[in-house]
Ligand binder design. Sequence first.
Ligand code: GUN
Length: 309
Amino acid sequence: MTARLLDGLGLARRIHGEIRPEVAAFAAKHGRPPGLAIVLVGADPASEVYVRNKLRSGAEIGFRADLERLPASATTADVLALVRRLNASPVHDGVLVQSPLPRAMGDDAGQRIFDAIVPSKDVDGLTPVNMGLLVQKRAQFVACTPSGVVELLEREGIQIAGRHAVVIGRSDIVGKPMALLLLHRDATVTIAHSRTRNLEALCRQADILVAAVGRPGLVTKGFVKPGATVVDVGINSMTDEGTVLGLFPEGHRRLALFRAKGSVLVGDVHPEVAEVAGALTPVPGGVGPLTIAMLMRNTLHAALMAHGA
Ligand code: GUN
């Protein structure tokens, strides 16, 4: 069997097309476009790419999308002051603080800063209010990557109710909200993590397997029940030839790409999984573009809610 590839990029484009007229209508009605502010602290190379893509998509769809940069030497107090200014901004409906923050800010900086975002502008769904509402199945804003995954599964006609879903990863930004969204659609959900025993055998029971751990190629054929749906949330930039050779055989197009560029994007799912899965999200072009599409939808939603819609 060769897995059906689930085209996240195509769906993201379709969603952008659905949002565009609503963004234009908002701008016509309110005299300004819906606005998104992205806070980037430091210059993490992967974050630079993600943020650039978010800003570009936002501008293409008709949003006001502003980058608010702080140097890597910024303190938590500096970031909190910026977040408070954006909370009060009349032109920004959504506020997003890009993760990860510089390590030097300390382990609790991320949560302290997310805590300061006003829930009505929390387009990433990471404030305690929005996380709590999600637990209670009355979410207003859900983290963008897991909501993109559910959007993809539903629009591709993949049944969730009654199926066994295994989510590998328990982060606040992907694993936990992912598990809740699947639970609320009546899946039987198992969350696996670094201390889980017999991970491979557990994953092999899954009808829907979501990998969100940031370990390139972790999910190999032995993890996958034949015909299962496999969702790859990992985006790992690989620069080590030995590791890349373990993923792509000589002659593979992606290996040639790696040799030309010196790096290649690899998910948490080994490419050999395409031989056993029924459906699979590619990396790149799978979940990544949907994260941005959901951010756009959340920002429009925040703007409409701010105006009582
Ligand atoms: N870092 C990686 N993905 C994300 C995301 O969706 N939101 C934020 N804020 N940071 C991220």
